[in-house]
Design a protein around this ligand. Structure first.
Ligand SMILES: [Zn+2]
Length: 220
């Protein structure tokens, strides 16, 4: 296993966006993990950093590209969106992307992939060609949003949702334009969007999330 860290882009305010690459010569799976798409969802950033720590000790047979925090300006300033006030999970170049919005919390940006953070993520996605993507968020209602892609991972994902006691859903009750889940459906890439609990239970549940996800990604 070869471990390297590289800068994949620069935020609006000039911060380095970094990716940790765990490369196996003949990987079983290639897993892309991203945290901090929404900068104020620190639970996902904590999980991503813990997964890096665990993989350094025991990398297993898969290759990983891990971006612990995509929206670093948002993390620094406790913002959901990036410094241009664009929601990075509405800015991906999906077929249904439109520049209009009704809720100012979910601004899609002036054009699809207009933001430097989105471009950095897409560059990794296109060059790494993952067989699975995991995006780590947090929300008051915790759940796993699963786009099964080729259905190869259905059983493992079901076990993960059971071990974390998380509801497993395959779509949101509303259409999400420009989101990772929509993008990965269009491109048939199995993708998990994990909403960790964003409440006072998190310090107690954090260890279980880190342990279960470490087992999940090294066991695929
Ligand atoms: Zn989020």
């Amino acid at each position: 296993m070869i471990l390297s860290i590289r800068q994949i882009g620069t935020t609006v305010l000039g911060q380095s966006i970094d990716c940790w690459d765990f490369n196996q010569i003949n990987p079983q799976e290639k897993i892309l993990i991203v945290g901090g798409v929404h900068g104020d969802e620190e639970e996902g950033i904590q999980i991503a950093n813990a997964l890096i720590r665990n993989l350094v000790q025991n990398p297993g047979v898969n290759s990983y590209a891990i971006i612990p925090c995509l929206n670093k300006d948002g993390e620094t300033l406790s913002l959901r969106s990036n410094y241009n006030d664009v929601d990075l999970n509405r800015n991906l170049p999906t077929k249904n992307w439109i520049p209009t919005f009704t809720n100012p919390r979910y601004k899609p940006g002036p054009s699809a992939a207009s933001e430097p953070e989105t471009i950095a993520f897409l560059n990794v996605l296109i060059s790494f060609r993952p067989t699975m993507i995991i995006s780590l968020h947090s929300f008051s209602e915790s759940l796993i949003l699963y786009n099964p892609g080729n259905r190869k991972f259905d059983e493992s994902v079901s076990l993960l949702s059971q071990s974390l006691s998380l509801k497993l859903v395959d779509k949101m009750p509303y259409e999400v334009l420009g989101s990772l889940n929509t993008y990965s459906k269009e491109n048939a890439i199995p993708t998990l969007t994990i909403e960790a609990p964003r409440d006072q239970t998190w310090p107690l549940k954090k260890y279980l999330f880190i342990q279960s996800l470490t087992q999940f990604i090294t066991g695929l």
